[in-house]
Design a protein around this ligand. Structure first.
Ligand code: CTP
Ligand code: CA
Length: 229
């Protein structure tokens, strides 16, 4: 949609959006990363600004996306940096959206110098858990703050995508969970998204296949309803 075609219904709201994939350093030149493009988080930030919100975008690695107009941009690399930035910018915000793909694990230690190849196989990489930023933000939320999580799920033998997502919504304690099915060319690195919007009040609705800007609008529509309560 053209910016002037969008409602200005987010005027007066301060929103924080995280986007992109964190990179966990192994040594000065290598990292563990993920396939997040950052496109959905950037679309959320851009759309919220077009609808009148004051937006802070905390951006981990993306596929070189242009800076959205009218948005305060904070760049981060690792999950720990993203966590620190979110704890600085989130207090007092009306809405926090965790669209970033945060690495669940990081190497226990980072080599100070580039790891050199030898004539032996390398030691296995020891990993440790990263903090769950979304769960932390829920734990320290300001009164009335709306918190939105994302879930990229693949179905498996035991439970389908929606069942995993319902359990995740409960576990995380956020108000809304945006659910994408991933794998087989879905969601990651693509232009279009589809999924479900699960609410902590138990309501569930599908989000039709469309552009990431379209999905962003659907998500903000649901958020705006909650901020009016
Ligand atoms: N998230 C986070 N901090 C982490 C991992 C995830 O804040 N260390 C956030 C993501 O930004 C997303 C939500 O939690 O909004 C769900 O992420 P996801 O990876 O789907 O959930 P996990 O709890 O990590 O569970 P799993 O990867 O095992 O499915
Ligand atoms: Ca995860």
């Amino acid at each position: 949609a053209r910016p002037d075609a969008l409602p200005r219904d987010m005027a007066g709201l301060r929103v924080v959006v995280s986007a992109g994939g964190t990179r966990e350093a192994l040594d000065p030149v290598r990292y563990l990363g993920n396939r997040s493009s950052g496109k959905q988080g950037y679309a959320l930030a851009r759309t919220a600004a077009q609808r009148g919100a004051q937006v802070t975008l905390v951006a981990a690695a993306t596929v070189g996306l242009p800076e959205p107009a009218g948005v305060e941009l904070v760049r981060v690399g690792t999950a720990l940096e993203l966590r620190d930035a979110m704890h600085v910018v989130s207090p007092g915000a009306d809405v926090v959206v965790m669209a970033a793909a945060v690495a669940d694990f990081r190497p226990v230690s980072q080599a100070e110098y580039k790891i050199k190849k030898t004539d032996r196989d390398p030691d296995p990489v020891a990993l440790t858990r990263n903090p769950d930023v979304l769960a932390e933000l829920v734990g320290v939320r300001s009164p009335g703050q709306v918190i939105v999580g994302f879930a990229a799920e693949t179905g498996d033998g035991g439970a389908d995508v929606l069942e995993h997502a319902r359990a995740k919504l409960k576990r995380k304690g956020c108000d809304l969970l945006v659910v994408n099915a991933v794998g087989e060319g879905k969601a990651f690195e693509t232009e279009d998204n589809a999924g479900w919007l699960l609410s902590s009040d138990g309501s569930e609705r599908p989000i039709a296949l469309g552009s990431k800007a379209h999905m962003a609008s659907d998500i903000w529509d649901a958020v705006v309803t909650l901020t009016h309560n």
